[in-house]
Design a protein around this ligand. Structure first.
Ligand SMILES: Cc1ncc(COP(=O)(O)O)c(C=O)c1O
Length: 413
């Protein structure tokens, strides 16, 4: 289907009105109706992000020599992230467009590293828990690598012993999550790190969700196990700024233990008519606005801002998790450390409940194994916890009386 451009350009006021009308059926994230996709703290931060993004929207992070401003902000953002991840002078990072790109860049680097160190490996393989995010499988598919997914343990976390048993002659990397998307559980990174060290493997930690804010949850005195460069076997860590860093999209970081590790992510060529092209990202052009907004978010929030976000997110998590667990037959899966978790129930199909919640304007992401509903708390969820719980109880009662109904297929697209 094609569409004609308007014959004559239209006025911004008219376009703005039309665009506002278009969004009237969108998910109401400002009032916490979302279970994923959006990380919104408050209007003050939103204003800062819009201003900062707008100021540098035209600049291109591909040409840092031309925009030293972007270069400085990028360096400072990466250095602050390195500090949060127990990095040191050796740590070397890259600003990317999101978790998927960060994971792709990490797996590309791992593949090139293995090519150099173990040229005999022709079908490189990554061992991961079943709970690893699809971004890993996507990266492996694009890179001609294979992912061996291993069942999680009884606590729903990666099972380091099972992962070690799955290591074979073609294994080049291990993968752990901090936390996993579906159930919000942090894998035993220390145990997986020990496996990596024993077998000389690259270990990537997918801290896309937790990387930036988890240190502040630990700072609240809550138990958060070591998952970053403090763990000796960890080679690379992805940590998304546009998730728990509360920056604007698209923004993530991929962090390497050393500069040498990061060099394996470099792609360079000069066999074209414009000289050497060299880059550490998958994308070429990079939005200056996203780098500027990430810098502004980190400076505007500071440690105390992130502490406030962590505290509010955890209060929301506690209220919702305790509330659902009080509903007869409901249980939270595992013992989540952070602001994300999932729950299921006996005798009622939670996907049907998610569908009924959807009809009431609540987005509830599904989990399939075990079958349940996913919850991702942000500060705005603190104020709606009671409403959410009432809606869940209502939808569960409705599903029980209606019997088997339309259990909409889970999807993320
Ligand atoms: C654990 C985890 N890893 C990776 C990703 C991919 O991140 P993105 O959607 O920013 O590419 C996600 C997205 O939710 C995630 O939860």
């Amino acid at each position: 289907m094609t569409m004609e451009l308007p014959g004559q350009g239209r006025r911004w006021e008219e376009l703005r009105e039309e665009m506002e009308a278009m969004r009237s059926r969108d998910l109401d994230w400002r009032h916490g109706r979302h279970g994923a996709y959006v990380w919104y703290a408050d209007d003050g931060l939103e204003h800062v992000l819009r201003e900062a993004f707008g100021m540098f929207m035209v600049e291109n992070g591909l040409g840092l020599w031309a925009f030293p401003s972007i270069g400085r902000m990028e360096r400072e953002v990466l250095a602050m992230v390195q500090g949060l991840l127990s990095g040191d002078d050796q740590t070397a990072s890259v600003f990317t467009s999101g978790g998927t790109e960060s994971i792709f860049v990490a797996m590309y680097a791992a593949r090139e590293w293995a090519r150099a160190a173990r040229p005999g490996v022709t079908a490189p393989e990554i061992v991961a828990a079943q709970s690893a995010h699809p971004a890993l499988s996507k990266a492996a598919h694009l890179l001609g690598m294979r992912v061996k997914r291993v069942p999680v343990g009884p606590d729903y976390r990666a099972d380091a012993v099972a992962m070690e048993s799955a290591v074979g002659p073609d294994t080049v990397a291990l993968y752990a999550s901090a936390p996993s998307y579906s159930l919000g559980l942090i894998d035993p990174v220390e145990a997986v790190g020990a496996v990596a060290a024993r077998h000389g493997l690259w270990l990537h930690v997918d801290a896309c969700v937790g990387g930036i804010l988890a240190p502040f949850v630990r700072g609240l005195g809550r138990p958060v196990p070591a998952f970053d460069f403090a763990v000796p076997g960890v080679t690379s860590i992805s940590a998304d700024l546009h998730k728990s860093g509360y920056a604007a999209k698209p923004a993530s970081t991929i962090n390497f233990r050393t500069r040498e590790h990061r060099e394996f992510a470099r792609y360079s060529m000069d066999d074209w008519p414009s000289g050497t092209y060299s880059s550490l990202t998958f994308t070429g052009t990079r939005p200056g606005g996203a780098i500027a907004a990430a810098w502004a978010a980190m400076q505007y929030l500071g440690r105390d801002g992130y502490e406030r976000i962590a505290a509010a997110s955890m209060r929301a998590r506690d209220a919702i998790a305790r509330g659902v667990a009080a509903i007869p037959g409901v249980r939270v899966f595992g013992e989540p450390e952070l602001w994300a978790f999932a729950f299921g129930a006996e005798g009622v199909d939670m996907h049907q409940v998610a569908g009924l919640m959807g009809k009431r304007g609540w987005m509830c992401g599904p989990t399939t194994d075990p079958r349940g509903i996913h919850v991702m708390c942000t500060p705005v969820h603190e104020g709606i916890a009671d409403e959410y719980l009432a809606a869940i109880a209502e939808c569960m009662a409705e599903a029980r009386t209606a019997g088997a109904g339309d259990a909409s297929a889970p999807r993320y697209n």
